[in-house]
Ligand binder design. Structure first.
Ligand SMILES: C[S@@+](CC[C@H](N)C(=O)[O-])C[C@H]1O[C@@H](n2cnc3c(N)ncnc32)[C@H](O)[C@@H]1O
Length: 283
């Protein structure tokens, strides 16, 4: 396990993923009945952008570092919960702190909602547990995220979100993820699933999305942000595949993603995708 998110926190992929995560949580909060969030690859919860790891890559500068200037009013209205979480976390822990998914979830949980944060890396898991095990409606599990998932769904609330954000350290991870997602969806066909993936080769992603569509038979939303033309090798973009997305999310992502594509492009290339697929996997 070599991947440490501290080197990448606040980069363009985090901005895209976390802005959409806040939108999903906003939608879950619309109904009074409690929900549960399961974050299978949680990281350490918050990151110091002035810390040694972030300083080494400075990836955040081309991500959250480009969000100071406001966007147009429609985009700002959708980004408001993300900006509010950022402000709350900076207020509490310091101006250079960036929230990871557990900190974002924690800010948007209501007292009756629950969250489980899973992190397998021994050191990162220890940091996460120290930070979040004291939160009354959150629990940290220091085990394999996919294994944990099998035992955690469906949750007793029967509504909620599973965020799956693996590090992609091994070849064939997308293919394996499709099988594991299919298994998870058999257990909980109505849960919202948000699966993050890197974009290097679009053909590989096409095959993955088609497989999830075929095996799940559930509505999908394929959201992608490209900050470089894909060349099959470098990380050119960030994708979030949503299964059973909240019904307004496609419209919202359709506003956020073009704004991010323009603002976060590495050189002069920025692109996005926001495709709704029906249960047969077609557009
Ligand atoms: C991309 S980072 C997560 C970032 C986090 N979700 C966020 O948005 O702030 C992936 C994390 O998964 C952890 N990890 C790697 N393999 C794992 C496994 N099998 N089970 C659980 N966590 C794992 C890594 O240690 C790393 O912290």
């Amino acid at each position: 396990m070599n991947y440490r998110h501290a080197f990448h926190a606040g980069n363009f992929a985090d901005v895209m993923k976390h802005a959409l995560l806040t939108r999903i949580l906003v939608h879950l909060r619309l109904k009074e009945t409690p929900f549960r969030v399961v974050d299978t690859h949680a990281g350490i919860g918050r990151y110091d952008l002035a810390g040694e790891e972030a300083e080494r890559t400075l990836e955040w500068r081309a991500g959250i570092g480009r969000l100071d200037e406001p966007f147009g009013p429609d985009v700002e209205a959708l980004l408001a919960p993300y900006r509010e979480v950022l402000a709350a976390v900076r207020e509490r822990y310091g101006a250079t702190i960036y929230p990871g998914s557990p900190a974002i979830v924690r800010e948007l949980l209501r007292p009756a909602d629950r969250a489980v944060f899973v992190e397998k890396h021994p050191e990162d898991g220890a940091v996460l547990a120290e930070r979040f095990n004291t939160v009354t409606n959150a629990k940290v599990m220091r085990i394999d995220g996919w294994m944990a998932l099998r035992g955690l769904i469906p949750p007793k609330e029967r509504r909620g979100l599973v965020l799956i954000d693996p590090p992609f350290e091994e070849p064939g991870e997308l293919q394996r993820a499709a099988e594991r997602l299919a298994d998870a969806l058999r257990r909980w066909p109505t849960g919202i699933f948000a699966f993050w993936y890197p974009i290097k080769s679009p053909a590989e992603v096409d095959a993955f999305v088609a497989e999830v569509g075929r095996t799940s038979g559930r509505p999908l939303l394929r959201t992608e942000l490209l900050v470089d033309p894909p060349d099959g090798v470098r990380l050119a973009g960030s994708g979030l595949l949503l299964v059973n997305p909240p019904w307004k999310l496609a419209e919202e992502a359709g506003l956020l993603l073009p704004a991010f594509a323009e603002r976060l492009a590495r050189r002069d290339y920025g692109a996005f995708r926001c495709d709704r697929l029906d249960s047969s996997g077609t557009l």
